[in-house]
Write a new protein. Structure first.
Lengths: 892, 204
């Protein structure tokens, strides 16, 4: 694995081109040489995958005491006294020979190849190759290119058989759908006939292909590398926060590529994230505000739209104003909206989540872990949440690597099987609503003597033994395994675990892009920016905000219920689409209809914003700069690469404009101002600066990697010296989680003296509030089992009807649709044909759906996928019920 | 496209049970599929992938390495004529040319009646008997042109019925008595395989 620090222990001294180099024990020669500044050309070797020695390009002369011999440096570990020549005549001859061989059948169609200009084969042929070929024979011809999936095209003529894509598919993604076939004279990469490379991670093969054999259908013939402008940013496809580079040309986003950062994505991306580049310039992007007139939503001037919004807001009392949404925003946007809503308008009816996540007190207040800690060798991970492969795909890759390579024991408790079930040491499927009971049995001091939550006693006891035998803390990926199950069930389960094992740590698995940042910035009822509760931080914020809400407000369900009852005058949707995303569609539509004025701040019209009275056009991803926060609490930068369409503006600008029309100056003239205010008043974020974020490509873990907070005046006075001292000492951090004031070995930034002064002022009056802590949730009483009914399990798929997927030409068609899936046992009992139509009846409504048998669904439960185009299954759910019971009947 | 028949699926499961890992049964199962249909069908490969727990692409990747697995329909009789050095010196190429005119097809093609597929092959390890050929991998040594014509005529007329259809392999269907089984032990396990234990017993 690439790491920059010099080896301190277990060093092995080798001689490379006459210079002594200290390599780590077991380090591959190719890595040691690169670290010492000697680049050895390679095609098949990739630092995140096991070496195979396929391409022979990295042959160098190695002498281990038996005389020099050509050896592939990607397969050789450094041993003491090894003498290596990477530039000798013999090495050069070998490189010439290998390149001439690799080019024998390579078509050299570089002028029409997407890879041309950034092609390792092209570059290394120029740098190390023979210059000309002795080959006069006709080269092989193959059909070019052939689609191996909807997203990836394969040109077999260009392929040099390096095994990178196939190794990735098998070893990293676990989807061995491409393979060498016709091995021998005619070896080629291909899929099985009619079985496409439908992996969620297929785009990575395009990025790691060292030639132009694999190209992305989204980027084909779009741009040339030398035309591209590149900026690093953070993917906003989900809350994992993969580091990406955005390539644009002619002010248009062309593609995203993965950037390798150690704590998060290791260079990988999921296809949804990678190919969401098409969503930036999607058709229907709003380029100007809209106002509802007799003719429907019509384009308006900004001054009119903002005046209309301000008028509606100023006319409403604070308790009749509500904000829903915020996961699309940057941290700065979220803070600006929070300040407007809570600090200016004085309403606490603010919720960034759409009744599909965890309360902020749990997401922010539970003892938290990082991805690196979660995947640390030898640990025990408990999945108590959604399918990571569908919702947080790169977290799935990290977990998969941890289980396959680092002896991590994965246990899964989920009402239906997931993409990670095959990796789990044990997988239990409790009946929806009864997970708490199952965990009580799993953490009990004695074995269970009966079935628990529908799980046989022997399986419960087997997992109980595994949990009891776990070394170190249990690390839990916590989220909503089923959207039709009350969040109380998840909270009960977390409470039980935490009581039984107080050292348990959690990774909150909320799906939406910057949902954790939105919660951090106080876009949740009862919360204020910086992970503090309204109660504890009222005085602290009262000093710098015009006002602070008097009492705790409503969450999304409460807001929608209040709106349906006519008690909400102004409902502001911050990039939210409650109609599509609230698991209870009926409630959402009643709420939207009941709110007197709906203001939508969005990048394009979705089903909810199409019903709004005022639509403010917002700048989207890659069109504005700022910061984002991932599920670990890691703050990393978002960059602007292109200009927003028309006059669309960043959200923080809109919030500031609205505030000024309401008579308050939020005090922001740029997003940097907003971050400066966050860093100076949000308690968890004290010390966070734009410079610190900019200088930390892997992000800054908040609050763990922030400069040590200065909490009392004495220390504040000597703060400059302290930070100067911290500057001088290069502290090495063993893992990202330690609370040392550095970022992965990098130097701490000195604290801004101005900021300290501000802090100082704040200190003078109110004590810094403590960060929110999780308080135990009440136990859930399991609902009685109705043997005629099926309990509904509603889950999400990676590809759905959401904005990101539907805005891209290539992703939109991949949403799979849904059907009701039941256990094969139940399926036989129902007496229907696979694919036959059944009537599905919940207390809410009845709908006709196709039915399939699915061995991953437990008996007595029925699984559906939400937010697909064919059936709006969220109509079935009543969000206030603990679980949703379905009757499934055959139709004649 | 044909999947394995119910009977063959049962046999496939029995074959899988002979190995420590299901994946190890891949090649015998491919033989079974080829025996059933004369060639390995896509449907059979998909089914084998499910049976042994790998992807269909991996099954194809393995199967396509082996020349003797055919993925397109071939004749009932696969005629392989050796043209490697010994046979070439003894008239193998002339024999191939003669076979082409007798059967009316080029190497790689199948006669219209679906009886014969002709192939030229590299050494089939019968150099002392050159020129040689195989029909469905059964040897015919020191073949002259008239002998070849006679062979074809006999196969056509049914006078020779000792050559089973293409793909038939005796070993796939062998029954292994329980006490002769190798025993299902993964290489990581420390337990001795049954056969090793019994041979050690015999030695002591």
């Amino acid at each position: 694995m690439p790491e920059s620090e010099a080896p301190a222990v277990d060093g092995v001294v080798v001689e490379i081109n006459g210079h002594e180099v200290v390599a780590r024990k077991g380090e591959l020669l190719i890595d040691a040489a690169e670290r010492a500044g000697t680049y050895i050309p390679r095609f098949c070797y990739h630092e995140r995958m096991k070496p195979v020695g396929m391409c022979r390009m990295c042959l160098v002369e190695v002498d281990t005491g038996r005389g020099p011999a050509l050896q592939p440096s990607c397969m050789i570990e450094c041993t003491p006294g090894m003498k290596v020549e990477t530039e000798s005549e013999i090495t050069k001859k070998a490189q010439d020979g290998v390149l001439e061989f690799l080019l024998l059948n390579h078509p050299l169609d570089c002028p029409v190849c997407d890879k041309g200009g950034e092609c390792p084969l092209q570059d290394q042929t120029m740098a190390f190759g023979p210059g000309e070929s002795r080959m006069v024979e006709e080269k092989r011809h193959k059909e070019k290119p052939i689609p191996i999936s909807d997203l990836v095209l394969l040109d077999r003529e260009r392929c040099i058989l390096c095994d990178r894509c196939t190794r990735f598919a098998k070893d990293v993604a676990g989807d061995p759908l491409i393979h060498f076939i016709h091995r021998g004279n005619n070896t080629e990469i291909n899929t099985f006939p009619d079985e496409p490379f439908a992996s969620y991670f297929s785009g990575n093969t395009v990025q790691i292909c060292p030639v132009g054999a694999l190209t992305a259908s989204t980027y084909r013939f779009k741009a040339r590398p030398w035309d591209l402008d590149t900026t690093e940013s953070t993917c906003q496809g989900c809350s994992v926060g993969c580091r990406i580079s955005i390539d644009s040309s002619r002010d248009q986003v062309q593609r995203y590529s993965g950037v390798d950062i150690d704590p998060v994505n290791w260079g990988w991306l999921c296809d949804k994230g990678r190919f969401s580049s098409e969503a930036v310039a999607a058709e229907g992007r709003l380029s100007e505000p809209l106002l509802r007139t007799a003719a429907g939503l019509t384009p308006a001037r900004w001054s009119d739209a903002l005046a209309a919004a301000a008028k509606a807001l100023s006319a409403a009392s604070s308790s009749a104003i509500a904000f829903i949404g915020g996961a699309r925003l940057t941290n700065e946007d979220a803070y600006a909206w929070a300040k407007l809503a809570k600090g200016v308008l004085g309403t606490d009816n603010v919720d960034a989540q759409l009744a599909d996540g965890l309360p902020a007190e749990a997401a922010l207040g539970l003892p938290r872990t990082t991805i690196d800690e979660l995947c640390a060798p030898g640990g025990t991970v408990l999945l108590l949440g959604p399918d990571p492969k569908e919702e947080l795909p790169v977290l799935f890759l990290r977990l998969r690597h941890a289980v396959e390579n680092d002896r991590v024991t994965l246990l899964e408790i989920s009402p239906r099987s997931t993409g990670i079930t095959s990796l789990a040491k044990a997988s239990l499927q409790p009946r929806p609503g009864e997970t708490g009971d199952l965990l009580r049995a799993l953490t009990a001091s004695v074995d269970a003597d009966r079935d628990i939550a529908g799980v046989p006693a022997d399986r419960v006891n087997a997992v109980r033994a595994l949990l009891a035998a776990a070394n170190g803390p249990i690390k839990v990926v916590l989220g909503r395994a089923s959207l039709s199950e009350s969040v109380a069930v998840t909270l009960d389960a977390a409470t039980v675990l935490l009581e039984a094992r107080p050292d348990t740590v959690f990774l909150p698995a909320l799906r939406r892009a910057n949902i954790h940042g939105a919660l951090d910035m106080g876009l949740a009822p009862g919360m204020l920016p910086g992970r503090v509760t309204l109660e504890s931080a009222r005085d602290w914020f009262a000093e710098c905000w015009p006002t602070v809400p008097a009492q705790r407000g409503l969450d999304t369900v409460g807001i929608l219920e209040a709106a349906a009852a006519g008690r909400i005058d102004v409902l502001v949707l911050l990039g939210a689409d409650p109609l599509a995303d609230v698991p209870d569609a009926d409630l959402a539509s009643r709420g939207l209809a009941g709110a007197r004025t709906v203001i939508s701040v969005d990048t394009l019209l979705n089903s909810s914003s199409a019903q709004a009275d005022i639509v403010l056009a917002a700048a989207g991803f890659a069109e504005k700069a700022g910061t984002t926060t991932n599920l670990e609490g890691r703050v990393s930068s978002l960059s602007q690469r292109v200009t927003p369409p028309g006059t669309a503006r960043p959200d923080w600008v809109l919030a500031t404009e609205l505030a000024s029309r309401l008579g308050t100056d939020l005090g922001f003239t740029s997003h940097v101002d907003v971050l400066a205010e966050i860093g100076s008043i949000a308690p968890a974020h004290l010390g966070l600066t734009a410079e610190l974020v900019a200088s930390s490509p892997s992000g800054v873990l908040v609050p763990g990697e922030l400069p040590a907070p200065i909490v009392d005046e004495e220390e504040a006075a000597i703060g400059d010296e302290v930070s100067a001292a911290a500057d001088a000492v290069d502290v090495e951090v063993a893992d990202g989680a330690s609370e040392v004031e550095t970022d992965g070995g990098e130097q701490a930034e000195p604290i801004d003296p101005e900021l300290l002064a501000e802090l100082d002022q704040a200190e003078g009056a109110a004590a810094q509030p403590a960060l929110v802590a999780f308080s135990a949730a009440p136990a859930v009483v399991s609902p009685p089992v109705d043997s005629y009914s099926f309990r509904l399990v509603a889950t999400r798929k990676l590809y759905d009807q959401g904005t990101i997927v539907q805005s891209g030409n290539h992703l939109a068609g991949l949403a799979p649709g849904t059907s009701v899936r039941v256990s094969p046992y139940d399926f036989d009992r129902l007496g229907v044909e696979a694919g036959g139509t059944v009537s599905v009846r919940s207390p809410r409504t009845m709908m006709m759906m196709p039915i399939h048998a699915d061995a991953g669904v437990a008996r007595g439960t029925a699984a559906v996928v939400v937010n697909q185009s064919d059936h709006q299954v969220s109509n079935l759910v009543n969000i206030t019920d603990l679980v949703t019971e379905l009757r499934i009947e055959t139709t004649k | 496209m044909a999947r394995l028949t119910a009977e063959n699926t049962e046999l496939a499961l029995e074959i899988i049970a002979r190995y420590p890992r299901p994946k190890s049964a891949l090649i015998p199962l491919l033989h079974l599929a080829q025996e059933q249909d004369g060639h390995v069908t896509d449907a059979a490969m998909s089914q084998i992938a499910e049976l042994v727990g790998v992807s269909a692409a991996e099954v194809l990747g393995t199967a396509s390495f082996y020349e003797m697995f055919k993925f397109e329909p071939v004749g009932r009789y696969m005629v392989n004529i050796c043209t490697n050095i010994s046979c070439q010196l003894m008239g193998g190429e002339e024999l191939l040319e003669h076979a082409e005119s007798t059967l009316g097809i080029r190497p790689g093609q199948t006669t219209e009646d679906g009886l014969f597929t002709l192939e030229d092959v590299e050494c089939i390890a019968a150099c002392t008997e050159a020129p040689c050929l195989q029909v469905n991998y059964r040897y015919f040594h020191k073949i002259s042109n008239p002998q070849f014509d006679q062979l074809v005529a006999d196969l056509r007329s049914g006078a020779r019925n000792d050559i089973p259809p293409h793909g038939t392999l005796a070993k796939v269907r062998q029954r292994i008595p329980a006490d002769r089984r190798a025993g299902v032990v993964t290489p990581e396990d420390t337990a001795h395989p049954v056969w090793l234990a019994s041979s050690q017993e015999a030695q002591s």
